[in-house]
Design a protein around this ligand. Structure first.
Ligand code: ADP
Length: 163
């Protein structure tokens, strides 16, 4: 049984994250999507909201579970006995940071390895940060996130936006 962990802030989940998770499920049996407590200082969505959005997106797929973590990712991965960490790569700009992070994690715990999946052609430009920015300014993000996430983003839009 191959168990992998897919960590991130998922604020909110995008089709890019879903794409990476689906690719990861081709090579692992169980995927734990782990929402980080400590990365973002002022997230748009609460941890519970992010967890519910992810659970809804993978509803009915018993291979996927969702939880939170704080502290060192490698410690959490060791605790839940997941020797593989999944990360996604969009562009060359992701590579440097991800390379550094993977090397750091390996030096902290050599038994846990990072496996990278390359984004699909529909998702290479998607980041939670940009999707939030576009949605809050009233842009259409329905092709970039699942329908329930688009609705949650629309609910966050200020009603008294000055046009
Ligand atoms: P983001 O970078 O979108 O703010 P996260 O911190 O939640 O999101 O990212 C978690 C992981 O998912 C990272 O490895 C990130 O590179 C990857 N990821 C996010 N969006 C995409 C995408 N569109 N295509 C491929 N990987 C992605």
């Amino acid at each position: 049984m191959k168990r992998a962990i897919y960590p991130g802030s998922f604020d909110p989940l995008t089709n890019g994250h879903i794409d990476i998770a689906r690719r990861a499920l081709l090579v692992c049996d169980q995927l734990l999507i782990a929402i980080s407590h400590n990365q973002e200082k002022s997230p748009l969505f609460k941890l519970e909201e992010r967890k519910t959005m992810i659970e809804q997106a993978f509803y009915g797929d018993a291979r996927v579970s969702v939880s939170y973590f704080s502290g060192l990712l490698v410690d959490f991965a060791a605790k839940i006995k997941a020797p593989i960490m999944i990360r996604g790569l969009r562009a060359a700009s992701d590579f440097e940071y991800e390379f550094q992070l993977a090397a750091m994690n390996r030096s902290l715990n050599p038994d846990i390895d990072t496996v990278f999946f390359m984004t699909g052609s529909d998702s290479y430009f998607l980041s939670s940060r940009l999707v939030k920015e576009v949605a809050l300014l009233g842009g259409d993000v329905t092709k970039m996130v699942p329908a329930h996430v688009a609705q949650a983003l629309a609910n966050k839009r200020p009603h008294n936006q000055i046009l």
